[in-house]
Design a protein around this ligand. Structure first.
Ligand code: AHG
Ligand code: MN
Ligand code: MN
Length: 329
């Protein structure tokens, strides 16, 4: 009897992998809804020029930042996918004024989802990788206070991850079971598992920071840059957090968006950039610091607050923190 032909196709889809790793059905349904939304967003990003949805929308977000048309479109797609998901209780995002209560916990809305619907949006018009970043918390507050349930430290996340809309569409998902990577198979129309149990390399001579702000950096950070400039490091900076962090996760190194004199808490947002990326990197064995403390230990006071971000290989983060926060080491 001839051996059955080896199945050349990778058929471990996101849904199958989640079920196989004991992810509770409510959380799995939320993650599948986010993945569906990202497939739609990725499709619109690829067709942006054709559908003429590049460029600015004319409005501003809560930060007074000009919103790109795709920022708003991406936010609406995610919100629609989560509205249809019974386990989704609260939604908050970079593009929304405040958290939206979709359904109270008493009515099954057991999870709070925070998102940066489109990260790196200034890069869309020049076809550089952008992405969607998401964070999932338990909606653990009494119904009347559901909206407040998002103000939890990142350590409480039950899942977090991102999708990179790059040369392929890649989903990286961190749960209690570790960090797994999926690629969208355009033929199957599904995210298929391509690497399970990702670990950040312990060290790598790559640093990623926008040195245009050098004059605003504190002396410790300037000392770090002097160190790397003389120690054979390579510099990489794409300007989309999702792409810079994805490279750091797979290759190692350190990604830094620091506090500066002009921006004492940095630019990146804690709840839907720092926390989800910090969760992914820590779950993969790396480090994610806000400077004086790990990002995941910061107690948020408002949904749009900012945080400094120094994350990546443990050794490389240590090289930064030992100079910027010597008392901490
Ligand atoms: P967003 O597009 O969601 O506003 O995020 C942009 C962020 C992040 O993607 C990136 O790391 C950072 O902006 C780049 O900022 P600079 O241009 O100041 O380096
Ligand atoms: Mn962003
Ligand atoms: Mn954004």
């Amino acid at each position: 009897m001839p051996e059955p032909a080896a199945v050349s196709e990778n058929l471990t889809t996101l849904s199958k992998h989640l079920a196989g790793h004991g992810i509770e059905t409510g959380l799995a349904s939320v993650l599948e809804a986010i993945a569906l939304g990202c497939k739609s967003i990725g499709h619109r990003v690829r067709r942006a020029r054709i559908e003429d949805v590049v460029g600015v929308a004319g409005g501003e977000n809560v930060f007074g930042e000009i919103q790109q048309k795709l920022d708003i479109l991406s936010d609406e797609v995610l919100l629609q996918c989560l509205r249809d998901t019974p386990a989704a209780g609260v939604y908050a995002s970079e593009e929304q004024e405040g958290p939206i209560v979709l359904r109270p916990a008493s009515d099954g809305g057991r999870f709070a989802i925070l998102a940066d619907p489109l990260d790196g949006s200034s890069n869309i018009d020049v076809a550089v990788s952008v992405g969607t970043i998401f964070s999932v918390l338990r909606n653990d507050r009494p119904d009347a206070e559901s909206a407040e349930s998002v103000l939890q430290p990142g350590r409480n996340q039950v899942a977090a991850g991102y999708v990179v809309y790059g040369s392929s569409m890649v989903l990286v998902l961190a749960t209690g079971a570790g960090v797994d990577m999926y690629t969208l198979d355009p033929v199957l129309g599904d995210f298929v598992l391509v690497k399970a149990g990702i670990e950040v390399p312990a060290e790598k001579k790559i640093y990623s920071i926008n040195e245009a702000y050098l004059n605003d950096f504190d002396d410790g950070l300037k000392a770090y840059l002097e160190f790397v400039h003389g120690a054979g490091y390579g510099a990489r900076y794409i300007g989309s957090m999702v792409a810079d962090v994805h490279r750091t996760l797979l290759k190692g190194g350190v990604f830094i968006y620091p506090a500066t004199r002009k921006a004492p808490k940095g630019k990146l947002r804690l709840m839907y950039e720092g926390n989800p990326m910090g969760f992914v990197i820590e779950r993969a064995g790396g480090a994610a610091s806000a400077g004086a403390t790990p990002i995941l230990d910061v107690q948020p006071t408002e949904v749009h607050e900012r945080t400094p971000v120094i994350l990546g290989s443990r050794t490389e983060v240590e090289h930064v923190i030992s100079r910027t926060h010597p008392a901490k080491t």
